[in-house]
Design a binder for this molecule. Structure first.
Ligand code: HPA
Ligand code: ZN
Length: 328
């Protein structure tokens, strides 16, 4: 099945571009931009990536992102991710970025979007990888700050397909951002939100009923509520699940306990993604491999998961069909 994972074309729908910053590039940019980082060696960095919760990861992840300063830094970051996609036969990506992580440090919205977008355009032309960009609001910040960010995004609307919600989940429910998401929808953005990663299943209900999401990011805690599972199945709401992330951040104890296969068998539209691959020990194919190694999944089910990555995407129906045709 490992060969099949490598061979089949795949889409990735839950990837934080800042979370693809490998230690090697972090060191290089730190030196170039004269930014102090709290590590002397790559070994030391890897040791620091021993997380106990979402917050313990976020603290280190935001510190790492401080080395990103210029447009070319954002370009290099994105280009490195796309080269890995090419090597893993990922043909379509929908990636997140966190504008507030950068605008808070006086890096302009334009610098960030231009760097990422130029790499995505080059990736489409030279690597044949299609892509969409999703801007996330940091949920530990206020709704007023999210509004500011929404306003800043408007000149770049043609480059951004959707608005999402990430960062510290517990204590920052979707309801906190109901108004700004309504404004984003009115601007024509599609909507996604992290919900039910560490937060309870009520956060998933809120994302559905208050934010009117097109997809739920993570969503693994839906299994606490049988009515919710039934509803997610009935409306075929995509869940962008990130297995290695869930185990690394201890949302799930062990890969053998992961509920992704159970949810698939219940008829939910679950997909496999890498979240923050530089921090969680693997890119997309390694996430599929972890599933194959630890769960009793059949080849047909593996193909269904891969098919779901296209079905759950924001691609046109025509393009979805073309990709799905390659899987049968
Ligand atoms: N959850 C919430 N916020 C994040 C994550 C995540 O998994 N990765 C990067 N920001
Ligand atoms: Zn995420």
């Amino acid at each position: 099945m490992k060969e099949l994972i490598q061979k089949l074309p795949k889409a990735e729908l839950h990837l934080h571009i800042e979370g693809s910053l490998e230690p090697e590039l972090m060191f290089k940019l730190a030196q170039k931009n004269n930014i102090a980082i709290p590590y002397k060696t790559i070994e030391e960095v890897k040791q620091a990536y021993n997380f106990t919760s979402l917050q313990s990861f976020l603290d280190i992840y935001y510190a790492g992102a401080n080395v990103l300063i210029t447009e070319s830094d954002f370009f290099d970051l994105t280009w490195a991710y796309l080269l890995t996609c090419k090597a893993q036969n990922i043909v379509h990506v929908e990636i997140f970025f966190d504008p507030q992580t950068h605008t808070k440090r006086s890096i302009s919205f334009k610098t960030v979007v231009d760097g990422i977008t130029k790499a995505l355009q080059k990736g489409e032309i030279e690597l044949g990888i299609s892509s969409f960009l999703i801007m996330c609001f940091l949920r530990h910040l206020s709704e007023a700050e999210a509004y500011e960010t929404l306003k800043e995004s408007l000149p770049f609307k043609e480059h951004i397909i959707a608005v999402g919600l990430d960062s510290s989940e517990v204590g920052n429910p979707p309801s906190k951002f109901q108004n700004v998401f309504e404004a984003a929808r009115k601007e024509g953005y599609k909507i996604v939100a992290h919900a039910g990663e560490e937060g309870s299943s009520t956060y998933i209900w809120e994302a559905l009923t208050l934010l009117h999401v097109n997809r739920i990011d993570h969503g693994i805690r839906c299994d606490e509520d049988t009515n919710l599972v039934e509803h997610l199945k009935n409306i075929q709401m995509p869940l962008t699940v990130c297995p290695l992330s869930n185990v690394k951040l201890r949302a799930i104890k062990d890969m053998r306990n992961h509920n992704i296969l159970t949810l698939l068998r219940k008829g939910l539209l679950v997909t496999v993604n890498s979240d923050d691959p530089a921090y969680f020990g693997g890119y997309l194919n390694e996430n599929y491999e972890a599933i194959v190694e630890n769960l009793d999944i059949s080849e047909t089910e593996l193909k269904a998961l891969i098919g779901n990555s296209f079905k759950a995407s924001f691609l046109s129906e025509k393009k979805k069909k073309a990709y799905l045709g390659l899987l049968s």
